[in-house]
Design a protein around this ligand. Structure first.
Ligand code: SAM
Ligand code: DTB
Ligand code: SF4
Length: 346
């Protein structure tokens, strides 16, 4: 097989044709593409922490944190920086290489920025990669997070432009694309994906992947979430998506975005080991690790360690920057960045 081309001109019809392939053919192609760019038996592990929980003004129909639905979730204000750093240290101890901090916000307020910046600096000093997902960002906010040392920003497109209106009414698809552009322009790495199993059609799944693959630059990380059906949300009673259709979605994400990390994201708690193994075979090479996602359950770390052992998978190493030499360089870089303030003080 010749080297997979990095393309940004995918048509929905071409993507639907991939969906229609025999399963074995599709997985074979995806695994070939995967091996051109990645070590076949390594999976990157990230740990998630909800740094601000619940009472979100947005109406995303899948989300347990939306104030529009009664899911019984206990709301929590922005966590103290020390608490976040203690959780990050524990995640590192468990073997995570990246720490992702999520907030149930439409967007961060400028008054939150100093705390977010301290969280980023502190987590980096532990030698972990940093990721945040805080909702929409202005260009200045994105730059401020980058200057603090943030590595990745997660912001999902969630679904196709056509289906989007069925899921969320409080922000537009274009709002999401604009935030992704702001994140990219600030020099942050982009983590963008979506959710399947929300009652969308196969064409919508193809449409989501088309949007991601036809961005000017592929996201470095592409989370594919299986809907977690939470009681109290409008999607509580939806039918399950067929497992093979989910695996096909992973395989096509791998083929369309050959160099991106494809993350087998939410929903693993409901998947058996065999299904997860097929997702890895289809080209998924990243997971959330630790028994909690943001507010819902994820498999226990010990269970994932057992699965990795059974499959001969190793956690993907990432360079540890917590030694003295790297820390001196980071401190130096940060002190040079004291001058500009990229957000308004309210
Ligand atoms: N509030 C910010 C935002 O929406 O961008 C950040 C946090 S939000 C919880 C991050 C992502 O989690 C959403 O974009 C969605 O893709 C995913 N998510 C939320 N609830 C989910 C659920 N029940 N099942 C699967 N994925 C979910
Ligand atoms: C993403 O795509 N999935 C993660 C992360 N990015 C922030 C979140 C999944 C949340 C699942 C529901 C919950 O635990 O609240
Ligand atoms: Fe709020 Fe994010 Fe949940 Fe939407 S997905 S309700 S923006 S926390």
């Amino acid at each position: 097989m010749t080297q997979a081309q990095i393309r940004h001109d995918w048509t929905i019809d071409a993507i639907e044709a991939l969906f229609a392939q025999p399963f074995n053919d599709l997985l074979f192609t995806a695994q070939q593409v995967h091996r051109q760019h990645f070590s076949a038996n390594q999976v990157q592990v990230s740990t998630l922490l909800s740094i601000k929980t619940g009472a979100c003004p947005e109406d995303c129909k899948y989300c347990p944190q939306s104030a529009h639905y009664d899911t019984g979730l206990e709301r929590e204000r922005l966590l103290a920086v020390e608490k976040v750093l203690a959780e990050a240290a524990a995640a590192k101890q468990q073997g995570a290489s990246r720490f992702c901090m999520g907030a149930a916000w439409r967007n961060p307020k400028d008054r939150d920025m100093p705390y977010l910046i301290d969280m980023i600096k502190g987590v980096k000093q532990l030698g972990l990669e940093t990721c945040m997902t805080l909702g929409m960002l202005t260009p200045l906010q994105a730059m401020a997070l980058r200057e603090a040392g943030l590595d990745y920003y997660n912001h999902n497109l969630d679904t196709s432009p056509e289906f989007y209106g069925e899921i969320i009414t409080t922000r537009t698809y274009q709002d999401r694309l604009t935030t992704l552009q702001n994140v990219r322009d600030a020099g942050l790495k982009v983590c963008a994906g979506g959710i399947v199993g929300m009652g969308e059609s196969r064409r919508d799944r193809a449409g989501l992947l088309q949007q991601l693959a036809n961005l000017p630059q592929h996201p470095e990380s592409v989370p594919v979430n299986m809907l977690v059906k939470v009681a109290g949300t409008p999607f509580e009673q939806l039918d399950d998506l067929d497992a093979f259709e989910f695996i096909r979605t992973i395989a096509i994400a791998r083929i369309l975005m050959p160099k991106s990390m494809v993350r087998l994201s939410a929903g693993r708690e409901m998947m058996n080991e065999q299904m997860q193994a097929l997702c890895f075979l289809a080209g998924a090479n990243s997971i959330f690790y630790g028994e909690r996602l943001l507010t819902t359950a994820n498999p226990a770390a010990s269970k994932d360690q057992q699965l990795f052992t059974k499959l001969g998978i190793e956690p993907m190493p990432h360079e540890d920057y917590s030694d003295e030499v790297h820390q001196a360089v980071i401190a130096d870089d940060l002190s040079e960045q004291q001058q500009p303030r990229y957000y308004e003080v309210s």
